[in-house]
Unconditional design. Structure first.
Length: 380
């Protein structure tokens, strides 16, 4: 028993010696900032509106972050062959959970996106599906099976289509755009012909708008959001208008800790409009700092690709970074009215157990696949 324990300690120590400390620092920093902003954006909301203890959301957020750290730890320690073999099984399991949403899901404000699980009430399965979808696609596209590259991409697209179909039923346009965008980036990175990819994208957009206009009773909300986005007088833009006002009122340096009013005006400010809450209280300069952190984290991950020979690892990292960056800029774009409202959280920073766990899985996979290798100098 003692020998086994010593061997495991040695293995863990060896793994952590090879961890990319810069990437780890950015991930930990973002999670810790998320805890702080959770305190800033939820305490008054809970106390005044929900008749609960002031730091109820903060405590829940901290618990989920701690759970996220455990997930990161175990995924980071996993062997690459273990990930290749068993995580696709988890993808199937998470896909089955997503499949249950239209039947037994919890409906909130006209959208049925959540499952009420015993340990995770109002859990959003798509947050777990996303990172494992990237792994599945990377395995298919980079596989050595004697199929043409177009057949591999077709198979990955069929998997994507099945997920998008379930998301459209919810409906969840934001996550659909996020997954489709990340898949396109992975396909393009794999060497797919750019002209064919553009033609395919145009066909997909045509099919999407055809479905929206052919079934207005199901997808009319998308048309309304687009109309209200183009012309604010033709729809309910209360939340987005208040978010933009909060960003403007914050200026460069913000109104100060606890001085923001958006969190008291918009019920989902601590999730969908967290960037506006931060900007109002701490200013646009802090938002710029956060964007730089996301960009540096992504750059550091992608920088590893120049010394990476495994196409599978390259595609996984490109897909995971795409999930983080696209979701970040969709969230920011919605808050500044650059995009229509989508209900998209901000990775690491928004409140929400599903979002934190999904981000932790992405972070663990990134740390695992970016471990420093012997005789390679990957420092900036």
């Amino acid at each position: 028993m003692f020998s086994f324990s010593r061997e495991n300690k040695s293995l863990i120590a060896s793994r952590f010696r090879n961890i990319d400390k810069t990437i780890l620092f950015f991930i930990l920093l973002l999670f810790l900032l998320g805890i702080f902003f959770s305190f800033s954006s939820t305490s008054s909301v809970v106390a005044d509106k929900l008749n609960k203890e002031s730091y109820f959301f903060l405590k829940k957020h901290t618990v989920f972050v701690f759970l996220g750290f455990l997930i990161i730890f175990f995924i980071f320690l996993a062997e690459e062959k273990f990930i290749k073999k068993y995580l696709p099984i988890i993808f199937i399991f998470s896909f089955l959970l997503l499949l249950l949403v239209p039947f037994i899901g919890t409906e909130v404000k006209g959208s049925k996106r959540w499952l009420d699980l015993f340990l995770l009430p109002r859990f959003q399965p798509i947050e777990i599906v996303k990172p494992f979808f990237v792994i599945i696609c990377a395995q298919i596209i980079s596989s050595k099976i004697e199929y043409s590259i177009y057949k591999k991409h077709l198979l990955s697209f069929l998997i994507l289509s099945s997920i998008l179909f379930l998301l459209i039923l919810q409906p969840d346009l934001g996550q659909s755009v996020l997954l489709f965008s990340s898949w396109l980036i992975m396909v393009y990175s794999s060497g797919f012909n750019l002209i064919f990819l553009i033609i395919f994208l145009i066909i997909c957009l045509f099919c999407l708008f055809s479905v929206i206009f052919l079934f207005p009773e199901k997808f009319g909300y998308i048309i309304l959001r687009l109309k209200s986005f183009i012309d604010p007088t033709k729809g309910d833009n209360y939340q987005s208008e208040k978010a933009l006002e909060a960003i403007v009122s914050g200026g460069f340096t913000g109104r100060g800790l606890g001085e923001g009013v958006l969190k008291d005006l918009v019920p989902e400010a601590h999730t969908d409009y967290i960037i506006a809450v931060i900007s109002e209280e701490y200013g646009a300069l802090l938002i710029l700092f956060l964007i730089i952190i996301f960009l540096l984290l992504s750059y550091k991950v992608l920088y590893k690709l120049q010394n990476e020979k495994d196409d599978y690892i390259k595609l996984v990292l490109v897909g995971l970074v795409s999930l983080l960056l696209v979701q970040t800029f969709i969230h920011i774009g919605v808050n500044i009215r650059l995009f229509p409202t989508t209900g998209m959280t901000l990775p690491f920073l928004s409140y929400g157990g599903s979002s934190i766990i999904g981000t932790a899985i992405i972070s663990g996979l990134i740390l695992n696949f970016t471990k420093n290798k012997p005789n390679l100098n990957n420092n900036l």
